[in-house]
Design a protein around this ligand. Structure first.
Ligand code: MN
Length: 652
């Protein structure tokens, strides 16, 4: 048991660590956060019997190694409060402000990332993306990694071996690659070694013993080798930015032993150095100089500068007989290559930063392991730069994907704009046959509702469900869903298809409230048949019904036709539609905002209160049919919007 006095010293030692690099640390704010968290977790114990508060404090201490800023440290102290206690995010916001509560909320959301032991590689890939995606601020990831590292280092107190193994595997498959991707070696290596210890306890014990035995001798050897190489390059008049000795962590030694089927001594005998020089021609001159001064080992020269690896990796590798005949592997590269190789995505940020700041100074600094993390932390104070970084992250990793949860917490990876229909098909096509509607974050919604990242979706089914409808095609985004729906519809008999198509077409036509009649004229029908190279109206309806003709395309054509015949408003058509919303302040503003963001004029708005909700009728001026469809979709995504309907009478 830890007594009150030692809990007090716990926070003082954290403050001391933080003050080493944060001159303007607000100590009282950190102490307040500590007391807040301590009270919230009062009575809770860790599995090893220590008071719960020891965990967030230790995680925050890990963060000080990365020189995390004050808000990150405070958020870390509070990180388990909303998850494990009755205290809400709002209370944290009231006491510690917006930016801390934003971080804490982000960490709480990440705890939804759900992992199972038997996950396929594809699902793990989605989980990784989800992880990066839901962390809107890189500091959230840093805190989460520190949290995980502390949990891993105390994992022995978990009684069940299966649970230990699951957590270790999850760490190795999700958290380690993320630390790697972001280049946070400081956290990656200890995480990896902690997993190694759980998953292969005997190998771990053996290798760590062997490393310990050879430690002292090796560090001396590395130091001498670096000096010797420096001397050689100096003689050849080659400017060196840096020479780094590489030390492998236990897990990578283990992996290499397994992969190459070599013994520990065969692998660990090797010394590895990295030489960083000014430009490509200096790389080749370095190689020449080294080969002139040491004997190279045959068959070990690889020129990944001339022929980069498929992942873009560039460097020249050679192995020489170095000091005392020790095999020494040398990697020669420029700073740009080094950054790209070591920091991956973060390097993109550095490139840009470098172009703007004094080149060499920044380069030299970046070599320190966690320098880039500090840069990101510093970026938080610079909104413009941060946007750029996030944009890069998005471009490179997220593309246009959203990540949605099943009620069990499995993550489904879908394209942006996907609806609950797509979700249904990604779970199972049979589910779609019985689907009626869905619950999104606990709220009942139509199956056609567009989804956004983080939504928890449950599909409601009924044995009486009639299966996929033509209008689903209208709202399905993925090829999988679309082709399955089409397949299903083709099976239905023709009369049903025609009826379904007529209903759908009717519904679409009703959006054109300025039309005198909903029936299409003979001229219009002929125009459409010609446009789609069909010979009868019946076959056109069947084509719509079975999904081979997209009703959107038909509407777009019709729209063009009408505009061609209209002499009044060239290029502009007025449409009206109704939106059913919850009776809440600000909702009309949000709707109007969405519409004007799309560059569409709003002509008139009428509002009508019903017993429970409000119906808004909007008249807009649109230039093409597509624009109208987009408006409807975007409005449906807004919080508080229940439905978008054709006209007032129907809506009531
Ligand atoms: Mn935690």
């Amino acid at each position: 048991m830890v007594d009150i006095a030692s809990q007090g010293s716990m926070i003082e030692s954290l403050i001391k660590l933080a003050k080493e690099y944060l001159d303007d640390l607000n100590e009282d704010r950190v102490r307040d956060a500590f007391n807040f968290a301590k009270n919230a977790h009062e009575g809770q114990l860790r599995k090893d019997g220590s008071p719960y508060i020891s965990h967030p404090v230790s995680a925050a201490e890990i963060l000080t190694q990365l020189h995390a800023d004050e808000d990150s440290l405070i958020a870390c102290l509070l990180h388990d409060v909303p998850e494990d206690t009755d205290i809400t995010i709002d209370e944290i916001k009231a006491q510690f402000g917006e930016s801390v509560s934003f971080l804490v909320e982000g960490i709480t959301k990440l705890s939804k990332v759900h992992y199972r032991n038997d996950m396929a590689a594809r699902q793990i890939e989605s989980l990784k993306k989800l992880f990066l995606h839901s962390a809107k601020d890189p500091r959230i990831i840093l805190i989460k990694l520190a949290d995980r590292l502390h949990n891993m280092s105390t994992i022995e107190s978990l009684p069940k071996p299966e649970k230990r193994e699951r957590i270790a595997r999850e760490t190795l498959e999700i958290f380690v690659p993320i630390a790697n991707l972001l280049g946070i070696w400081q956290l990656k290596y200890p995480l990896e070694d902690a997993c190694f210890k759980v998953l292969h306890p005997e190998d771990y014990a053996r290798i760590s013993e062997q490393v310990k035995e050879s430690q002292a001798e090796r560090s001396e050897l590395i130091k001498e080798s670096i000096n010797k190489v420096k001397e050689v390059l100096y003689k050849h008049d080659i400017h060196v930015i840096s020479i780094l000795g590489r030390r492998k962590n236990l897990y990578s030694i283990f992996r290499k032993m397994k992969r190459s089927r070599k013994s520990f001594n065969q692998i660990y005998d090797l010394i590895a150095l990295r030489v960083i020089v000014d430009n490509v021609s200096a790389c080749y001159r370095t190689l020449g100089a080294i080969h002139q001064s040491f004997t190279p080992k045959m068959g070990r020269l690889k020129d990944y500068i001339a022929i980069p690896k498929s992942n873009g990796y560039q460097s020249i590798h050679t192995t020489i007989f170095g000091i005392k005949g020790t095999l020494t592997e040398i990697q020669i590269r420029t700073m740009d290559m080094h950054l790209e190789n070591e920091f991956g995505i973060a390097a993109h940020y550095f490139y840009r930063a470098e172009q703007e700041v004094r080149q060499d100074k920044v380069k030299e600094k970046v070599l320190k392991k966690y320098e880039w993390v500090q840069k990101i932390l510093a970026l938080q104070r610079n909104v413009q730069g941060n946007d750029r970084f996030i944009k890069h992250l998005k471009l490179d990793i997220f593309e246009d994907r959203i990540f949605v949860f099943t009620p069990r917490g499995d993550v489904i990876d879908l394209p942006r704009g996907a609806t609950a229909i797509d979700f249904t098909y990604h779970i199972h096509s049979d589910l779609a046959l019985r689907a009626v509607d869905c619950n999104i974050n606990g709220e009942r919604k139509a199956i056609t509702t567009p989804l956004k990242s983080g939504d928890v979706v449950r599909i409601n089914t009924s044995e009486e469900a009639e299966g996929p409808e033509v209008k689903w095609l209208d709202m399905a985004k993925t090829n999988l869903a679309r082709s399955k729906i089409k397949e299903f519809l083709k099976e239905r008999d023709k009369t049903e298809l025609i009826m379904a198509a007529e209903t759908l077409l009717q519904r679409k036509l009703e959006y054109f409230t300025d039309r005198a009649h909903i029936e299409l004229s003979k001229d219009e029908k002929i125009y459409l048949l010609q446009a789609f190279h069909l010979d009868s109206w019946e076959s056109l309806l069947i084509n719509i019904g079975d999904g081979s003709l997209d009703v959107h395309e038909l509407m777009a054509k019709l729209f063009d036709y009408e505009q061609g015949n209209s002499h009044l408003n060239e290029g502009i058509t007025q449409l009206a539609f109704c939106v059913e919303v919850e009776n809440k302040v600000g909702i009309l503003g949000r709707i109007c905002n969405v519409i004007s963001m799309l560059g569409v004029n709003i002509m008139k708005v009428e509002s009508l209160n019903t017993a429970k909700n409000v119906i808004l009728k909007l008249w807009v001026e649109i230039e093409n049919y597509e624009q109208f469809e987009i408006i409807l979709r975007e409005i449906l995504k807004l919080k508080g919007v229940l439905d978008v309907k054709k006209d007032t009478k129907k809506a009531l």
